[in-house]
Design a protein around this ligand. Structure first.
Ligand code: SF4
Length: 353
């Protein structure tokens, strides 16, 4: 999955500066923070955010972005200030303009609309979402019915289902499992959104397999490494935590899932916040151990602010709990790499000339 032509890491805020010497006293009573690792930016989000920044550098503002580039309020606000214009659909984009497709992916119908409007497109779809699109195309071509486990209305699900709309049924909860109808029970495959709860998805698969014993599994996990790793880390800290704070936006599927996973794994309470400004002092009543994590679209600076808020209230003792190490990075979209190379070449020629 790695590509030798990887881009430089996005300059996410570092944690190492803060962790060993949090400059706030730990009050008596054993108050502590368990900091989940991995947390925050995944490779697909990093790539998508950097892609918009680079497109702005090369083309200048405005650069249009279809849907939120990633589901995080802070990231969208920062890029908006830099000149990105977020739109819901391509009919809001002037003909011939530059448009970036978000990390969640788009259907073939959206690509066709972009061609019809003569748009210059940069596709920031996460390669792990593209992988699921390829699976959908392949199984549809092989005449399978596709049972796509995911959340109704989520952009990623709309994009994936759009690859084979006549062959795909969305499975979103127990009622939809009961309602599934297939043409041939011997040719049925399940696929999924990348950011679901691993445990809930496996329960849905078991229920589907109860109805269709020959149900085919995807060739590899559709729930991505980042989603699984963040859930694994929060599962580790939740049983020891009176409270788990998840940093992430309300429309971030994987962030919302982290709250559910924390509660299922035994956290006394769990709350999702977009930023430290949403934290509530009352949540700390009677609490000695706070777990902290963040969704895959969350810049580390937002976690740092939560840690500072906690440290100011006596939770200065921080222990990082690491359950996996992540080194994956993705190359920028090839069309953007070509544009960047052309820009560099013409700058060299100008200097030489
Ligand atoms: Fe890609 Fe997973 Fe990140 Fe989504 S959460 S952008 S699928 S790596």
């Amino acid at each position: 999955m790695t590509d030798p032509a990887t881009h430089a890491a996005h300059p996410a805020a570092t944690e190492s500066d803060l962790r060993p010497d949090v400059p706030f006293p730990t009050l008596p009573g054993g108050r502590r923070v368990l900091l989940a690792s991995p947390r925050g930016y995944c490779a697909g989000v990093d790539r998508a955010v950097v892609a918009v920044e680079k497109v702005l550098e090369v083309h200048g503002a405005p650069v249009y972005v279809r849907k939120q580039i990633v589901h995080n309020t802070h990231v969208v606000a920062t890029l908006t200030k830099a000149g990105a214009v977020f739109v819901d659909e391509l009919d809001e984009v002037p003909d011939g303009a530059v448009v970036v497709f978000s990390a969640h992916g788009v259907s073939p119908a959206v690509r066709a609309a972009a061609v019809a409007k003569n748009l210059v497109t940069v596709d920031a779809t996460c390669p792990l979402v593209t992988k699921v699109h390829q699976e959908a195309k392949r199984f549809a071509a092989d005449d399978h019915d596709i049972l796509l486990i995911g959340h109704h209305g989520h952009e990623e699900v709309e994009g994936t289902a759009g690859e084979a709309p006549d062959r795909t049924q969305l499975v979103d909860g127990a009622d939809s499992i009961a309602a599934v109808q297939v043409r041939d029970p011997g040719k049925v495959v399940w696929l999924s959104q990348t950011t679901l709860s691993v445990d809930e998805t496996m329960a849905s698969v078991a229920a589907l397999r109860g109805r269709f014993p020959e149900l085919v599994d995807p060739p590899s996990d559709d729930i991505c490494y980042a989603t699984s790793n963040r859930q694994g880390a929060v599962k580790q800290i939740a049983p020891q935590a009176d409270l788990v704070i998840v940093v992430g936006s309300a429309n971030s599927s994987n962030s919302v899932r982290l709250v559910e996973v924390a509660l299922e794994a035994g956290a006394g309470a769990s709350h999702r916040v977009d930023s430290a400004a949403e934290l509530d002092e009352a949540w700390l009543d009677g609490v000695t151990t706070v777990g902290v994590t963040s969704g895959a679209s969350v810049p580390e600076v937002l976690v740092d602010q939560v840690r500072t808020w906690l440290a100011e209230r006596g939770f200065g003792d921080v222990e990082e709990v690491t359950t996996a190490s992540e080194t994956l990075t993705f190359a920028l979209p090839p069309e953007l790499r070509r544009t960047l190379k052309q820009a560099r070449d013409s700058a060299h020629r100008a200097v030489a000339g």
